[in-house]
Design a binder for this molecule. Structure first.
Ligand code: FES
Length: 395
C-alpha cells in the first residue's frame, strides 16, 4: 500500500474498499477473532478507544459484495477509521516518528484527518493530484532563457564554420579602423600619437584634360600667306555682309520708331495771333498805306478817305478773285493782283480785273494803351454794308 500521507482520491477509495473488504472478512466468526494482531498485541489502550466512525463499518460487517455499493460518505468514513487505526499504531510504536509533517507539503496529518470534513479532504486530494500533474510538465518545459543570452549566443561566431554578417563586420572594424583614434586606442595598437594637431595635406589636383590646356597663339589672318589671305577675304565678305545687314536692320528699326513717335503727335499749325498792335494812330500820315504788316499778318494799315470821312482801317491782303496776294503800287496808288490783273483803289474798292468785289476789312480799334489793335477774327465786307460798322475803322 502507498504512503497514507500522500494518498490520492483513487488510492483513498481503494483503501476504503479494502477496509470494507477487511471488515466484511472480520464479520465472519473464525477470521475476525483470529486476526487482530496489531490492535490486540501492540496497542490495547488505543484499540479500546474506537472512533464513532470506525464502529459503523465494523458493526455492520458488510459482505464484500455490498462494500462495492457503499456511498462516498461511507467510504470516506471507513477511510478515516483506517487512518485512525494506523495513527494509533504509529503513536504506540516508540521508534516511529511523530506524524507532524506540514500540511502544505501535501501530506495529510492523521490527527487532522480525523477532524477534516469531506470537502476538505476532497480539496486536499485535488491539490495533491494537481501537484503531481504539474511536476512532469515542469520537467518537460525548460525555463525561458534570457534574451540577452540568446542574442549573445547568436552573435558569437561559430568556430570553424561560416561567419555571419555581424561577425564579419565586427572583425573588419577591429582590423582596420578608420577615422580618428583615441590615445588609448593608439597606445593599445602601438600607433605613435602626434604631439599637435595633424597638418591637413591637400590632395593633388587632377591634371587638366586636353581641351582645357592653353592653346598656342594662332597666326593672324593678315593676308601675308595664302591661307591668311583667304581667311581675310572670307572674313571680310561675311563679316562685312553681316555688319551691313545688322546696321541696316538697326537703322530701319530706328526709323520705324521715329515714325511711330511722329504719328502719335498731331500736326499743329502755328498761326500768328489774331490780335496784334500796329502802332499809334498819330504815326500814320493822311493817305498813308503801311505795308510792313503784310508779310507777317497779311494786312495793310491805311489812313484814307471813305465816303468823305478820314479814317484808319485795315485791309485784308487777299485778292477776292482766287485768293492771290496783291501788291501796293505807290506810284499808281492802287492794289494790283499779279495773278489775273485785278486792281483795287486805296479804299479797297475793286475797279479792274476779274475780282468780283472789294477787298475785305479786319476789325480795328484803339486799345487801352492808345495803340491801334487789329482783330483778324472779324471781317467786314463792303457789298454787305459792313464798312459802316464803327468796328471796321477808327475815325
Ligand atoms: Fe487776283 Fe485773280 S486772283 S486777279
Amino acid at each position: 500500500m502507498a504512503d497514507p500521507k500522500k494518498l490520492s482520491v483513487e488510492e483513498i477509495l481503494a483503501a476504503c474498499r479494502k477496509v470494507d473488504g477487511d471488515a466484511a472478512s472480520q464479520a465472519e466468526p473464525p477470521a475476525s477473532e483470529a486476526t487482530p494482531p496489531a490492535e490486540s498485541a501492540a496497542t490495547p489502550p488505543a484499540a479500546k478507544t474506537p472512533s464513532p466512525a470506525a464502529d459503523k463499518p465494523a458493526a455492520k460487517a458488510l459482505p464484500s459484495g455490498e462494500a462495492r455499493k457503499l456511498s462516498v460518505e461511507e467510504m470516506l468514513a471507513a477511510a478515516r477509521a483506517e487512518k485512525a487505526k494506523k495513527a494509533a499504531a504509529e503513536t504506540a510504536a516508540p521508534a516511529a516518528p511523530a506524524a507532524s509533517a506540514p500540511a502544505d507539503g501535501g501530506k495529510i496529518d492523521s490527527a487532522a484527518a480525523r477532524k477534516m470534513s469531506v470537502a476538505e479532504m476532497m480539496a486536499a486530494a485535488r491539490g495533491e493530484k494537481d501537484k503531481k500533474a504539474a511536476a512532469p510538465a515542469a520537467k518537460k518545459a525548460p525555463a525561458a532563457k534570457p534574451a540577452a543570452a540568446v542574442a549573445k549566443k547568436e552573435a558569437a561566431p561559430v568556430k570553424g564554420g561560416p561567419l555571419d554578417t555581424a561577425s564579419i563586420l565586427a572583425a573588419a572594424r577591429t582590423d582596420s579602423k578608420r577615422g580618428p583614434m583615441s590615445k588609448a586606442e593608439a597606445a593599445a595598437k602601438g600607433v605613435p600619437v602626434p604631439a599637435g594637431k595633424p597638418a591637413v595635406v591637400a590632395p593633388p589636383m587632377p591634371q587638366k584634360p586636353a581641351y582645357a590646356q592653353p592653346r598656342a597663339p594662332q597666326p593672324v589672318a593678315d593676308g601675308s600667306t595664302r591661307r591668311g589671305f583667304m581667311a581675310a577675304i572670307t572674313g571680310t565678305l561675311f563679316g562685312s555682309s553681316l555688319a551691313i545687314g545688322f546696321t541696316a536692320l538697326s537703322l530701319t528699326n530706328v526709323l520705324w520708331v521715329l515714325g511711330l513717335a511722329r504719328f502719335m503727335f498731331p500736326n499743329i499749325l502755328t498761326e500768328p495771333p489774331t490780335k496784334f498792335k500796329v502802332g499809334f494812330p498819330g504815326d500814320l500820315a493822311p493817305g498813308q498805306v503801311e505795308t510792313k504788316y503784310k508779310a507777317q499778318f497779311g494786312v495793310w494799315i491805311v489812313r484814307g478817305d471813305y465816303e468823305g470821312r478820314d479814317m484808319i482801317y485795315a485791309l485784308k491782303s487777299v485778292c477776292t478773285h482766287l485768293g492771290c496776294t496783291p501788291n501796293w503800287l505807290e506810284g499808281e496808288q492802287k492794289f494790283k493782283c499779279p495773278c489775273h490783273g485785278s486792281g483795287f483803289y486805296k479804299d479797297g474798292i475793286n475797279f479792274e480785273g476779274p475780282a468780283p468785289r472789294p477787298l475785305e476789312r479786319y476789325a480795328i480799334r484803339v486799345s487801352d494803351d492808345g495803340q491801334l489793335e487789329v482783330d483778324k477774327s472779324q471781317t467786314f465786307n463792303e457789298e454787305k454794308g459792313d464798312w459802316k460798322d464803327p468796328a471796321s475803322f477808327v475815325a
